[in-house]
Design a protein. Structure first.
Ligand code: AMP
Ligand code: ZN
Length: 466
């Protein structure tokens, strides 16, 4: 079966290929930098990351654009309250966002673009819409007339049928039942930032920024547009209306939306106050890999309920993977190869890939790896595992980790560097040789306190971080 994704536009799981067969042109909605992102937001960013990595594993090149929303209603409100410019207010949150992304090993897009640096492109798009009769002005703001665009509602699968025609909404976000003409360009208000432009003095609405930047860098038809499920309406519905009304081309071939991270069945969100930032969680002693694993382990179209027990289980799962890797690289296996086990390894690789091809079914993909590990451990216990089985098993782990990327331990800045660990291990071996067991024990204790585990094997001492 080919690679396939669920397309919100058609509500079907469909085979996916980029239009040119080579490079995936993809746009994903990025953060609004008005505060620290919470791990609910990061579920969506990790979903983008899995999507990127799997598209690459399938041989496609990527041209991925993600925006930073650095001007919107909330940012303006907060910046004004703090008596700061937009730039002063958003810079530290933007920096924190990328730091968290790195901590979670989330790849960044080929191009990250800021809304405030693309005002001319937005104005040009609004001008194009005006020329085609899709806009009108009221009190210095420019609105999109949804009754003029017959496809309005095709993404969220609602027939708005011209209801509330002529009614307007100024806010950037609003409820599904509230389909109204939305602001493309907002009239200036006292004290608010504003730009002079061909459509008057003012500032852009939130929706126009994504259309303008996507078209600027990726052309009129994208292969994939992705985002969290809360963006289907109104944000993505409005993006389609603005883009297609101007270009007369379908805006995106695939619309892919990820479900929420939940807390007790409710969306994790700033407004409900039920959120955790990555910083909170790391402060409680959890590893970033555990957060990454947890958020990646449930297929993106299923809600995922966040609990600390879930994080602990993620940690246990990673430990199992690492212990297996440790055993695989550290054991002296007998010569030869077990053909049955070889076939078992290849089957696990196929199952992993088939699961990922199936709309990124990460739960099935993980199951394929863990079932293999169970069988391989049994084979090792029984002596069936041979030296020739090591490389294929390692390749399976690499294939897995190219997507999940949790095997490598995050080494804290304060951790003992590898060279120092090696030095202490050598000193301990020397102490044992000269029968200074007290000193050897002291070194082992010191290493244990630094989070280093030692294993004495026939081939010598091996060490790993806890
Ligand atoms: P924002 O910074 O509010 O614009 O949100 C950034 C991204 O995070 C958007 O794509 C949202 O859909 C997504 N998001 C917000 N809350 C959650 C949540 N609880 N679970 C998953 N994704 C979320
Ligand atoms: Zn967007």
């Amino acid at each position: 079966m080919p690679l396939r994704f669920h397309n919100t536009l058609t509500q079907q799981v469909e085979p996916f290929q980029p239009a040119d067969g080579k490079t995936v042109r993809m746009y994903t909605c990025g953060p609004t930098v008005y505060d620290f992102a919470h791990i609910g937001n990061f579920r969506t960013f990790i979903f983008y990351d899995l999507l990127r990595r799997w598209l690459r594993a399938r041989g496609f090149a990527l041209n991925h654009v993600m925006n930073i929303t650095d001007v919107d209603d909330k940012i303006i409100r907060n910046a004004m309250a703090a008596n700061q410019t937009l730039e002063q207010y958003t810079a530290p949150f933007t920096e924190a966002f990328f730091e968290d992304m790195r901590t979670l090993r989330v790849e960044t897009a080929e191009r990250v673009v800021k809304a405030t640096e693309h005002i001319p492109q937005m104005v040009e798009l609004i001008r194009c819409l005006g020329e085609r009769g899709f806009t009108y002005q009221s009190d210095g703001s420019v609105y999109f007339r949804i009754a003029k665009f017959p496809g309005y509602g095709k993404l969220s699968h609602r027939d708005f049928g011209g209801e509330r025609s002529g009614a307007r909404v100024d806010g950037d976000t609003y409820e599904k039942d509230d389909a109204r003409d939305f602001a493309l360009w907002k009239a200036p208000k006292a004290g608010e930032p504003a730009w002079d432009s061909a459509v008057g003095r003012g500032r852009p609405g939130w929706h126009i920024e994504c259309s303008a930047m996507a078209i600027e860098y990726l052309g009129h038809t994208l292969d994939i547009h992705a985002g969290g499920v809360d963006l289907v309406f109104p944000h993505h519905e409005n993006e389609i209306a603005q883009s297609e009304a101007c270009t007369s081309h379908p805006f995106a071939r695939f619309w892919i939306h990820s479900e929420f991270l939940l807390v007790d069945g409710q969306k994790m969100s700033k407004s409900l106050g039920n959120f955790h930032t990555l910083r909170d969680i790391l402060g409680r002693g959890y590893a970033p890999e555990s957060v990454r694993y947890l958020l990646a382990s449930v297929p993106y179209r299923k809600g995922l309920n966040f609990t600390f027990d879930g994080l602990k289980s993620a940690n246990t799962a990673i430990e199992r993977l690492r212990n297996f890797q440790f055993r695989l690289t550290g054991t002296h296996f007998p010569e030869g190869v077990d053909p049955q086990l070889l076939e078992r390894t290849e089957a696990a690789g196929r199952q992993f890939s088939e699961a990922m091809d199936d709309d990124l079914n990460t739960a099935e993909a993980l199951a394929a790896v863990f079932e293999f590990i169970r069988d391989a451990n049994t084979a090792m216990d029984g002596g069936a595992f041979r030296r020739g089985n090591v490389e294929p098993a390692k390749r399976l782990l690499e294939h897995f980790d190219a997507v999940f990327e949790v095997l490598q331990t995050t080494v804290a800045d304060t951790a003992l560097p590898d060279a120092d660990v090696a030095q202490l291990v050598a000193e301990r071996t020397q102490a044992k040789k000269s029968r200074d067991f007290a000193r050897a024990d002291r070194i082992r204790e010191e290493l244990t306190l630094a989070g280093i585990l030692l294993e004495d094997t026939k081939e010598g001492v091996r060490w790993k971080r806890k």
